[in-house]
Write a protein that binds this ligand. Structure first.
Ligand SMILES: [Zn+2]
Length: 166
């Protein structure tokens, strides 16, 4: 599975965040990719899923993340379930391996088809198994309702504010 942030010993660079109190910034094009994937999958009556790739910085407030791209692979999906296709794990790992030294998996995303945006029990388990005690975000999008939200990695994941940057 992807490298787990909490076990990552690499030094986190200092860079002041542009908006106080926000722990997640995303480059607009990366969130557009997620929305397009979610729409395309919804047209096939399927959920979508992938990993959020970005960088981690810190300032006086602590650590925060900036997502600039996503990575995914073929999926095994229907209208209520989604997972990475084990047959194409290699594709996913290639995408992860192509990360620059300072890039990290900062989160994962998946879609819900017209049942709203929340973290199911399975979603919470996935979140905790991916990120352990470290920083990691879960973006949930419902393309049919036109809703999305991002959740943190606390025991009961809470919604966080996300700032979209050009
Ligand atoms: Zn879900």
């Amino acid at each position: 599975m992807p490298r787990i942030l909490s076990s990552d010993s690499q030094e986190i660079p200092f860079r002041k965040r542009s908006v106080k109190g926000v722990d997640l910034f995303v480059v607009a094009s990366s969130v557009e990719v997620i929305a397009e994937e979610a729409d395309g999958s919804a047209a096939l009556d399927r959920e979508t899923m992938g990993l959020m790739i970005g960088r981690i910085y810190k300032d006086e407030e602590g650590a925060y993340a900036v997502m600039h791209r996503t990575v995914t692979s073929d999926l095994v999906a229907d209208a209520t379930h989604v997972r990475f296709d084990p047959e194409s794990m290699e594709e996913l790992i290639d995408g992860v391996d192509a990360m620059a030294d300072d890039e990290r998996i900062i989160g994962w995303y998946h879609s819900h088809l017209d049942y709203g945006v929340f973290m199911s029990e399975t979603d919470v388990r996935t979140q905790h198994s991916l990120f352990g005690e470290g920083m990691g975000f879960a973006l949930v999008i419902d393309p049919l309702r036109g809703e999305f939200a991002v959740f943190d990695n606390s025991e009961t994941p809470q919604k966080v504010r996300m700032i979209i940057m050009e």
